[in-house]
Design a binder for this molecule. Structure first.
Ligand code: ZN
Ligand code: MN
Length: 437
């Protein structure tokens, strides 16, 4: 029986398969970021009449791997559908996507992700995971509703996307953020996704409060934004309900810069996308052998890695979970422990001191300049008595933010610890003489 919850949240996440070299249905390169607009295109991803799509086999492999990693049941057959709509971001006026009705099956169904919220495990069910093509990127001048024009960049059109839909199992903005973080870590461990790339993970959220209708929030561009967007929406809906007003069923747009949501469209009924099977693509048969082959290639996933960190390095569960919450962080930890075999100390310096620097400058792990050998060197300098812990906590700012080796910083800044007692007593004498009071 479903317990009555005050806040009910479900997510629909779009994740680019950034490790693919080419797009989903053509051989255009997929590293479109930073390239001149509309240069990574061909007749297929421009949707020109007569062009024919061919499925990227590697994309199917990656999607099956993601489905397995999210504990889903993998379908035996994947059929692409046309999702028809008229909008400039899809020049052929339909998106090739999988569909879970009318004989269609998504690539995976009925999975789950376990997340840790304040020390408690919680299971978030995944209703489905499917493969589809990314639409073009739209560029506006200022906020979308005031922009005098829309620019379209088809470089992104046709990039392979995974659509991952959760059941409405989340109960707070914080849980939503933790879920997306975990999802990112899982997909990064699979080696199919790099979450540090701008716009590689986007999310729509459904949220309802007891007594109000369900509101959909579109255009949340990162897992950090999701917490903000949902918090704003909860406050807005609570205020309406408190004043006895209605929360209408609608779709709202999250404006990252102004940090607010506003009405995009009021939903009278479901969109009619007139889905039908894509006649230019044959159904894809996913054999048991194919699934087993993908399963055998599966790398270690975050939950297993955390367990290994506890076993192999004797870390407390909390440390193990935090360190594996991001693949790059877990990789850093292991590389550093190889050079400085004191796991708990390395963990402490990563989780407290390094994180403090990043938080202070509002940076995430991907922008860190520190190398594992730098942290190992810093810890050794302390062990050897060359620097004190106080100095180390000062130096780590320059190491993290600028990637300067600690030994060089000590040399440059003359921050060596003074161990000569005679010299120190002379200094003390001198200070007392100059400032007798
Ligand atoms: Zn193309
Ligand atoms: Mn979609």
């Amino acid at each position: 029986m479903q317990q009555q919850r005050d806040v009910v949240i479900g997510l629909e996440v779009h994740v680019q398969l950034t490790s693919l070299k080419t797009k989903l249905f053509c051989s255009c390169p997929s590293d479109y970021r930073g390239k001149p607009p509309n240069t990574y295109t061909c007749p297929v991803c421009l949707g020109l009449p007569g062009s024919l799509p061919v499925v990227n086999k590697k994309a199917i492999e990656f999607a099956v791997m993601a489905a397995l990693a999210l504990n889903c049941q993998v379908s035996e057959r994947a059929v692409f559908f046309r999702k028809n709509y008229f909008y400039v971001d899809m020049s052929k006026n339909f998106q090739i996507s999988m569909y879970d009705r009318a004989g269609g099956t998504p690539i995976g169904r009925g999975g789950y992700v376990d997340i840790d919220v304040d020390g408690t495990r919680k299971r978030v069910r995944i209703s489905r995971i499917q493969l589809e093509e990314d639409p073009a990127r739209l560029v506006h001048l200022g906020p979308i509703e005031f922009s005098p024009y829309t620019l379209v960049d088809y470089n992104r059109a046709g990039i392979a996307l995974l659509e991952i839909v959760t059941e409405p199992d989340l109960s707070s903005p914080k849980e939503a953020r933790i879920f997306l973080q975990k999802l990112r870590s899982i997909l990064e461990h699979c080696g199919i996704f790099d979450g540090s790339l701008e716009g590689s993970m986007r999310c729509d959220a459904n949220i309802s409060l007891a007594g109000g209708a369900r509101v959909e929030i579109k255009n949340i561009t990162s897992f950090k934004e999701v917490e903000r967007a949902l918090s704003f929406e909860i406050a807005r809906q609570r205020e309406l309900l408190k004043r006895g007003q209605q929360v209408r069923r609608e779709t709202r747009h999250w404006d990252e810069d102004r940090r607010m949501t506003f009405t995009l469209r009021v939903k009278e009924e479901e969109h009619d996308y007139r889905y039908f099977p894509e006649p230019d693509l044959v159904p894809i048969v996913i054999t048991e052998g194919f699934i087993e082959r993908v399963r055998s290639m599966m790398p270690e996933l975050p939950d297993h890695r955390a367990e290994r960190f506890m076993r192999e390095y004797g870390l407390p569960e909390y440390d193990a979970r935090v360190l594996t919450s991001e693949k790059a962080l877990a990789d850093f930890f292991e590389a550093c422990v190889k050079l400085y075999p004191n796991p708990k100390k390395v963990s402490n310096w990563l989780m407290t001191d390094t994180m403090r620097v990043l938080n202070e400058y509002n940076l995430d792990w991907s922008s860190i300049k520190m190398k594992p050998e730098h942290l190992a060197e810093l810890l050794k300098l302390m062990d050897d008595g060359v620097i004190s812990i106080k100095i180390a906590k000062l130096l780590i700012f320059d190491v993290v933010l600028r990637g300067i080796p600690p030994s060089k910083l000590v040399e440059e800044k003359g921050m060596k610890r003074i161990v000569d007692v005679n010299y120190l007593s002379q200094l003390v004498e001198k200070v007392f003489q100059e400032f007798p009071k």
